[in-house]
Design a protein around this ligand. Structure first.
Ligand SMILES: Cc1cc2nc3c(=O)[nH]c(=O)nc-3n(C[C@H](O)[C@H](O)[C@H](O)COP(=O)(O)OP(=O)(O)OC[C@H]3O[C@@H](n4cnc5c(N)ncnc54)[C@H](O)[C@@H]3O)c2cc1C
Length: 458
């Protein structure tokens, strides 16, 4: 049985600038919830921190009491790491300010801001930093993992635009880190996840990205369309980044009713460049089949995050692979597997990489798989924990069919995969270096609710 330590809630309340939400407080049920609704845990306290001094206070309290510490920005961890049974949730969602230096092309973002809110704020100046496909993902979480998004081929990973950070480490100290100061920690933060401390603010480079050709294109999914789409995305100029999902069409109004339940491609894409060049780059994709829905057009970049919220599943049995080739027979395997899945939603997703992401040397950040040609995600979303084994088996079977034999994976999409996940996310030299940084800044592994890098043993 897990022993939960006593947490002195009333003295925490007295000392804090933000809010403590304990089990008897109104709003507790909302406050304890995370994106994946199946993680129905009851923390001793959800602490909505207001500033870095609150963060230090909570870190000190967790260290001193031995309480489990969950750090949450946007709450999208697939492993449920942003909540805890009996522990403390350090919730940064109210630390969501963005300070923009439009002339200097930089922004300081508090880590709890959501991807869409950050992008809307910078978009007011015609500027952007590339983030992922989901508006409510926290900038803190996505950035520390790497950040593979709508501008990955044009500008690189999100971490390639990180210029500095403020971090509260395990001893409660607030450090300002960049390429010159605490350079080892700065290196580890860019891809090493939440292992090293709580990032309170991140300083980003901004790019002039205003009007783009972007939006969603849906095509009927056949083997020809899927393989053609991969080939077209690989051949496209690097201004074009695409996230293509192959799913059974949900009953949504933009897909014709006769197509509901049948396999479709839902591709989100951004061409970050001139509109005519964008139309040309996208033409071969549009030509693959008569589109079922066609919403790709000149837009302002922040509009990529408009639209209805997606599904909020209980759980996601999923895996991720960074591969060099789209395996022979992959398209057939996707279609066959979609046919048999009983999940609430099952998906194969691919993102062709390369471009700016691949030009950064492997050792420059803790994201060590720079030259992977493609990211493949396999996901099966479901409601009840009893269904887990069935969907895990489905995911495993499709992942085997899509694998090219490499084991590399992206930390942002790895679930609770323990040591094996850590080894897939980090090549040996990266892992060794991360373990050293961990030993220095968090020798007792206070920050362990994450894809955990154990501190190096002396
Ligand atoms: C629907 C969905 C879509 C996604 N799309 C993309 C995508 O397009 N591209 C992409 O790269 N990733 C994507 N992801 C993965 C996502 O980036 C990771 O799950 C990320 O960790 C979520 O960040 P969060 O702040 O929302 O989650 P949280 O659950 O709050 O955080 C996840 C973990 O990150 C750490 N953490 C978070 N904030 C901090 C902080 N401020 N300081 C220290 N540690 C922190 C903690 O260990 C925490 O457990 C997606 C995930 C989902 C569920």
């Amino acid at each position: 049985m897990k022993i939960t330590p006593d947490i002195p809630i009333s003295s925490l309340r007295a000392d804090l600038n933000g809010r403590v939400i304990a089990p008897d407080d109104p709003g507790y049920d909302d406050a304890r919830g995370v994106f994946f609704t199946g993680f129905d845990r009851r923390p001793a306290a959800v602490v909505r921190v207001a500033d870095a001094s609150d963060v230090s206070l909570v870190v000190d309290l967790a260290r001193e009491t031995g309480a489990e510490l969950a750090v949450r920005s946007g709450g999208h961890s697939r492993a449920g790491h942003a909540t805890s049974e009996g522990g403390i949730v350090l919730d940064l969602s109210e630390m969501n300010a963005v300070e923009i230096d439009a002339e200097g092309r930089t922004a300081w973002a508090q880590a709890g801001v959501k991807a869409a809110d950050y992008t809307k704020a910078t978009g007011e100046h015609g500027l952007a930093t590339g983030l992922g496909d989901t508006p409510t993902v926290g900038v803190g979480g996505i950035t520390l993992g790497g950040g593979v998004g709508f501008l990955v081929r044009k500008n690189g990973l999100t971490i390639d635009d990180v210029l500095g950070a403020e971090v509260v480490t395990a001893n409660g100290e607030l450090l300002r880190v960049d390429a010159e100061t605490h350079a080892d920690l700065f290196w580890a933060l860019r891809g090493g996840g939440g292992n090293f401390g709580v990032a309170t603010r991140l300083r980003f480079r901004l790019h002039e990205i205003d009007e783009v050709v972007g939006g969603m294109l849906s095509l009927p999914a056949s083997t020809e369309v899927i393989t053609g789409l991969v080939a077209a995305a690989e051949a496209a100029p690097e201004e074009l980044s695409m996230i293509a999902n192959i799913i059974k069409a949900p009953p949504v109004p933009f897909v014709p009713a006769e197509r509901h339940g049948k396999p479709v491609v839902i591709a989100l894409m951004v061409f970050a460049g001139d509109a005519d060049a964008g139309e040309q780059a996208i033409a071969p994709i549009r030509a693959l089949a008569t589109p079922l829905a066609e919403m790709v057009r000149p837009i302002r970049y922040p509009e990529m995050y408009d639209g209805p919220e997606g599904l909020r599943p209980g759980f996601d049995a999923g895996t991720n692979m960074l591969v060099d080739t789209f395996a022979p027979g992959a398209a057939e395997a996707i279609l066959e597997h979609l046919e048999t899945s009983t999940a609430q939603m099952a998906a194969a997703q691919f993102r062709v990489l390369g471009g700016a992401m691949a030009r950064v040397p492997d050792g420059a950040t803790a994201f060590g798989h720079r030259r992977a040609k493609m990211m493949v995600n396999v996901a099966a979303m479901y409601e009840s924990p009893d269904e887990g084994p069935e969907h895990e088996a489905w995911v495993g079977s499709l992942a085997t069919a899509l694998s090219d034999g490499t084991s590399a994976a992206y930390v942002g999409f790895i679930g609770n995969d323990g040591d094996q996940g850590v080894r897939r996310a980090y090549p040996p030299a990266t892992l060794e270096r991360l373990a050293e940084v961990k030993r220095h800044y968090d020798p007792d592994n206070l920050f362990r609710l994450n894809l955990n890098v154990p501190p190096a043993v002396k």
